[in-house]
Design a protein around this ligand. Structure first.
Ligand SMILES: NC(=O)c1ccc[n+]([C@@H]2O[C@H](COP(=O)([O-])OP(=O)(O)OC[C@H]3O[C@@H](n4cnc5c(N)ncnc54)[C@H](O)[C@@H]3O)[C@@H](O)[C@H]2O)c1
Length: 359
């Protein structure tokens, strides 16, 4: 099969017949990504819930959703019994929402899975206690260019992959998220968490982590917004993430990509959403083989925002309906992304190896 065909066939999991969705939270990400993705995928949304009723009502009117309420209980009474829950509220609030859901429900919750590993462990405990089929919305792996990269690699075209590099040098307008102005953990917990989860989806959970996350003098009131994270997979593989969210010089020179290297070729996927945020540039996927033909661009259509959000919801729904064998971002897997995030913060706090004396 040729590469173009492989790229065309790379699609995210989805249910044969989609279940209704009850969305809890009617904020920015639900407006920008969840609802546009569900509209595109044809996933029905039965109800929107927000503690701010007006926000839920406004969004419901915009996306023609039949019910808007501030009460989860009321949404549950209104919506069909097999509805799937989609939680998109600040991480601290997730446990209180989970406690209100029926035992055995199917739930997708926004990342991060808690602000700390201790909170993630509490969320995991609650999910187990209530027998929830629960996944975390680590959707980057279902962006069209990431699916295409996976499909090309699975075809064996590049041979064994041994190197993954994530590079983000952009201007991020942090002021758009008021709740981040006082967050003690910022860049790794809210951004690099996606890249950590993505690298895990390729190389598995790392043995250990070396990291340094630092504040930017351009945004002195915020917590650290620039990070370097090395994920240790032993001596034969390299994986690192380098992010600088205050590189506000010429947009032409800003960068946001994932790069993979295999024995026979390499790929580079642009994550356009980080460039000129929130308008963004389109995603793409470039690749090169050792055939002398140079770099080419794969015919990928769609971008991380909002297309990947069809994958996170589609994967959960396909799994609860018994149409998929695995739930890749289940809370049981996501806890390892949270452990990796925690390790990165611990590494940064503890510091590196002291220089040996030169005697
Ligand atoms: N790529 C991604 O996956 C991605 C991108 C952006 C944000 N997020 C995550 O999504 C979550 C929400 O982000 P946002 O940008 O939409 O924030 P936001 O502040 O715009 O919206 C959050 C909404 O939750 C509501 N809310 C808070 N507590 C509630 C409660 N107890 N019950 C019902 N509603 C409640 C608020 O009223 C608000 O409307 C955050 O955890 C964030 O990290 C994920």
């Amino acid at each position: 099969m040729n590469l173009e065909q492989i790229v065309r066939d790379a699609v995210a999991p989805r249910p044969r017949v989609a279940r209704p969705i009850i969305v809890v939270g009617s904020g920015g990400i639900v407006h920008d990504a969840h609802l546009p993705a569900y509209a595109k995928a044809g996933f029905p949304v039965a109800a929107l819930v927000d503690m701010n009723t007006e926000k839920a009502q406004e969004l419901a009117a915009k996306f023609a959703i039949p019910k808007a309420t501030s009460s989860i209980e009321e949404a549950i009474r209104y919506a069909p019994a097999d509805s799937v829950f989609d939680i998109a509220v600040p991480a601290k609030v997730i446990p209180s929402i989970l406690r209100q859901l029926p035992d055995g429900a199917a739930v997708l919750m926004q990342k991060p899975m808690g602000d700390t590993l201790a909170e993630a462990v509490e969320i995991l405990r609650l999910c187990r206690e209530k027998r929830l089929t629960a996944a975390v919305n680590f959707q980057l792996r279902w962006a069209p260019n990431m699916l295409a990269a996976r499909a090309i690699t699975s075809s064996g075209t590049f041979g064994e992959l041994h190197d993954i590099e994530v590079k983000v040098s952009v201007h991020m307008p942090w002021e758009l998220w008021s709740f981040l102005s006082t967050a003690p953990r910022l860049e790794i917990l809210y951004h690099s968490i996606h890249y950590i989860d993505l690298v895990r989806s390729w190389f598995g959970t790392p043995r250990s982590v070396y990291a340094k996350t630092v504040k930017s003098p351009r945004t002195p009131s915020l917590a650290a917004t620039k990070s370097v994270i090395v994920l240790d997979y032993g001596d034969d593989k390299r994986a690192f993430i380098a992010t600088n969210h205050s590189h506000d010089f010429d947009p032409e020179m800003q960068q946001s990509f994932v790069q993979w290297e295999g024995m026979n070729g390499a790929m580079r996927a642009r994550m356009g959403v980080n460039l000129n945020y929130p308008i963004g540039l389109p995603d793409n996927l470039q690749y090169v083989l050792r055939d002398g033909a140079g770099w080419k661009e794969a015919a990928v259509s769609g971008s991380w925002f909002p297309d990947a959000f069809m994958g996170s919801m589609g994967s959960l729904q396909a799994y609860v309906q018994g149409e998929a064998d695995t739930l890749p971002t289940s809370v049981e897997d996501a806890i390892d992304t949270m452990r990796t995030v925690e390790a990165a913060y611990l590494s940064s706090e503890r510091g590196g190896t002291d220089l040996p004396l030169a005697e």
